[in-house]
Write a protein that binds this ligand. Structure first.
Ligand code: HEM
Ligand SMILES: Cc1cc2nc3c(=O)[nH]c(=O)nc-3n(C[C@H](O)[C@H](O)[C@H](O)COP(=O)(O)O)c2cc1C
Length: 726
């Protein structure tokens, strides 16, 4: 039976339009969501009827790309005034979207992230350098400088040198004003927009500043004659692999502008909110300090590999994006008339908005949803997540292309800041949010100072892992290495396997999965390395994906499958799983278990571990003269309790409820670095109470309530890992 979609009462003509506040729009929608527990409501925004959904099951339906697409309606229709047919604002069916997407995708592969890393590091070092000379920083401004300089240098080979200037670059000021105007136009009637002549002139002038900046970036590259493999290089040089089309000059300008906008507003907001959450959650801050002290001890210069070993910091970013997605909503529209949740009738081309905060805190999908809890992102917890309850990077084909770029950059910047600085918020900021196309903290200032040597935790040098190398001598055994790969990662690994197999005496063929589909093996070994794209097969594995292999056809074949994936996708490893099942159903017998790598984690380590297993199994099976190299087969690394997840503090700390905090030092500067400055005769009074039904006694005896702490001692409630003394 169909049901009416609830609609809050509005006014004649404007409907609910005037109810949406200019400031605090995100709070307005959060309140509305709370008033609609069924997870759906409709608003009439001055004649534009929009259905809002936040129930994860309804969101799953609207994220089905066969039923819904991304429309370019306000506010994106206004952003299109300056980003044109760039990826972000290209319309459904606009051919140039597919061309640009295919041309640019290789620039976002894992290989490319490694290639951008030196530039990311250079800009992160500029940030660290800027903070070294200051005691107070404006977080959002500096994160904006970092993100803008990073995308400009890595993507276009240009330096904005934002940290050398007191004011934000004119491009940024123009972009901020243009985005604000685009949002104003979204909220006001077109008639009113037409009357605001001065605002219109300023808007046009801001767009001109942005376009001039971008034209200069393109001109400089053309003038240099450089053939770089970055975003700009690809756009200037590469042809669409499918149609052979090249991007027009105007489209290249739109794409550069799009990357400058999409590539920095969001990453800077994420980093700023992450620091906000760390200030509110000292136990998580302590875990993060412990992690950087272990992985980047002393002044270790981060490498890509070290950054990918981080575990706490990525979880901080994941949880930050849950509670504060810089992009607050994604817009969709129905392709045809349809029904949601079995009862809500949706006409064709109905605009549907998914407001992310209510989705990301929906009780159906998240327990204790408002709590900043990074343990939600432990692999075992993550496997239980509702597949459509977390969309900070959007959905499907139109999801964020820059996700890995943003997360790599943010991991590095956060790790370096924590490696070098003690960070405090002595004035206890109240989070104010500024909203344009994205949200970010407004006026968020922190105290910073270099960490002192005694504040860093020290860890024993880890024992270098001995690599296990089984030697295989398989004379003439047929071995196929088939890969499915869009961005070259799986192809690289396939080549690596093939090289080693040739050296080991196998008779090797390397081919795509589609070539394999036309020529299935009757015997020998088949090794498959493949990735997934939104759960689907890569482009060169489509034919293999649709192939039906009769049961028994591969009875004499032994096989192994390595899946390259990314746990950031709910469809993690979807396609390699299907390949494994298909081969097994056709009678092939696995040599080793299906392997997995995670581009959001220790990719190289996971690949190496699986390859070691593969070579050992091949040695046992096919090496007539096989032998395992002498030397240790396993390495043991002794980890202290404090290195083991869920990590440092939570294993040792016991919850304390702070009943009140009375600051007896008037000037918060008085709390500053007492290890350098003699304590003043003042005290901080922090009455606290322990939970009455603690399952285990506290590890350390703490004075019970009320407790008066001399101002020279630490203000933390955990027995260890106090990163700094304030
Ligand atoms: C934490 C940082 C980021 C977040 C949260 C984020 C979020 C998003 C979201 C939600 C969308 C989909 C919007 C929609 O459906 O209308 C999107 C699209 C996009 N993002 Fe990001 N983004 C981030 C960083 C980046 C970076 C660093 C780049 C570029 C280097 C980038 C480039 C893009 C582009 C080009 C699109 C349009 C993709 C298409 O439609 O083909 N983003 N992003
Ligand atoms: C647009 C896009 C979609 C992706 N979808 C998935 C996915 O559904 N599941 C997954 O595990 N990984 C997904 N990934 C991650 C890739 O599979 C991963 O980066 C892999 O290493 C790429 O390998 P390739 O270069 O061989 O194609 C996606 C990556 C991109 C850029």
């Amino acid at each position: 039976m169909s049901a009416a979609i609830p609609t809050p009462r509005g006014l004649p003509l404007v409907g609910n339009g005037l109810q949406v506040p200019v400031e605090g729009t995100h709070r307005f929608f959060a309140d509305l969501a709370a008033q609609h527990p069924d997870g759906i409501y409709r608003l009439n925004l001055a004649g534009r009827h929009v259905v809002f959904v936040h129930d994860p099951d309804l969101v799953a339906e609207v994220c089905d790309e066969s039923r819904f697409y991304k429309p370019i309606d306000p506010p994106l229709a206004h952003v299109r005034d300056f980003a044109g047919d760039g990826l972000f604002t290209a319309r459904e069916g606009e051919e140039v979207w597919g061309q640009a997407h295919r041309i640019l995708l290789p620039a976002f592969s894992q290989r490319s992230m490694k290639a951008y890393f030196p530039q990311m590091l250079e800009i992160a070092e500029n940030l660290v350098g800027a903070w070294s000379g200051r005691s107070e920083v404006d977080v959002s401004d500096d994160m904006t400088r970092l993100a803008l300089d990073t995308i400009t240098l890595a993507g276009f080979g240009q330096q904005f040198r934002s940290f050398e200037q007191a004011e934000l670059h004119p491009f940024l000021q123009a972009m901020g004003s243009a985005l604000t105007e685009a949002m104003n136009r979204t909220r006001q009637l077109p008639m009113i927009t037409g009357l605001k002549k001065r605002a219109d002139a300023a808007y046009k002038s801001d767009i001109a500043v942005m376009q001039d900046t971008v034209d200069e970036v393109i001109r400089a590259r053309r003038a240099s004659g450089e053939k770089a493999n970055d975003l700009l290089g690809l756009m200037l040089e590469a042809a669409d692999p499918l149609t052979g089309a090249r991007l027009s000059d105007e489209n290249i300008r739109n794409q550069v502008l799009t990357f400058l906008i999409a590539g920095h507003e969001t990453t800077s907001g994420t980093l700023s909110f992450a620091l906000h959450h760390l200030m509110r959650n000292p136990h998580v801050l302590a875990q993060a300090y412990a992690e950087v002290d272990r992985i980047l001890p002393g002044d270790t210069v981060p490498t890509y590999e070290l950054i990918m070993k981080l575990d706490v910091i990525p979880r901080i970013l994941d949880e930050t994006l849950r509670l504060h997605s810089p992009i607050t909503a994604i817009g969709l529209a129905s392709r045809e008339a349809t029904t949601l949740g079995g009862r809500y009738e949706i006409p064709a081309h109905q605009k549907v908005a998914v407001i992310l905060k209510p989705l990301h805190t929906h009780p159906k999908a998240w327990s204790d949803p408002e709590t900043f809890d990074i343990d939600r992102w432990l692999p075992e917890a993550k496997a239980q997540h509702h597949p459509h309850a977390y969309k900070p990077f959007g959905n499907g084909e139109r999801a964020c292309i820059g996700r890995q770029f943003a997360l790599t950059e943010a991991r590095l910047a956060l790790a370096m800041l924590l490696q070098r600085f003690a960070i405090a918020d002595p004035a206890g900021h109240r989070l104010q949010i500024k909203q344009t196309l994205t949200i970010k903290p407004d006026g968020f200032r922190l105290r910073v100072r270099p960490r002192l040597p005694h504040e860093r935790l020290s860890f024993d040098e880890p024992v270098a892992a001995a690599s296990e190398t089984a030697e295989v001598h398989a004379s003439g055994v047929r071995l196929r290495v088939a890969y499915g790969s869009n961005l070259g990662t799986s192809e690289d690994l396939a080549q690596q396997i093939a090289d080693r197999a040739r050296r080991s005496g196998f008779d090797v063929t390397v081919q795509t999965l589609d070539d394999l589909a036309a020529d299935l093996p009757a015997e020998g070994v088949l090794t498959v390395v493949t990735s997934s794209y939104n759960g689907k097969a890569p482009d060169n594995a489509q034919a293999f994906d649709s192939l039906d292999i009769p049961a028994g056809a591969l009875d004499s074949v032994r096989f192994a499958v390595l899946g390259n994936g990314n746990t950031q996708w709910a469809t993690y490893q979807a396609y390699p799983r299907r390949v494994f099942d298909k081969l097994a159903a056709a009678g092939a017998r696995p040599i080793v278990d299906r392997g997995e790598t995670d581009a959001a984690g220790d990719f190289d380590g996971m690949a190496q571990a699986w390859l070691n297993g593969l070579w050992s199994a091949l040695a046992a099976e096919f090496g007539a003269a096989s032998q395992t190299e002498t030397g240790p087969r396993y390495s043991v690394e002794v980890l202290g309790e404090d290195q083991i997840r869920p990590a440092v503090v939570s294993t040792q700390a016991h919850p304390v409820m702070i009943m009140s905090v009375e600051e007896l030092v008037g000037d918060p500067a008085g709390l500053w670095d007492f290890s350098r400055e003699a304590p003043r005769p003042a005290s901080r009074r922090s009455p606290s109470s322990f939970p009455t039904a603690s399952p285990t006694p506290p590890a350390t005896t703490w004075p019970s309530t009320p407790r008066t702490t001399p101002s020279s001692s630490t203000g933390r409630c955990t027995p260890c890992a106090s990163p700094a003394t304030w």
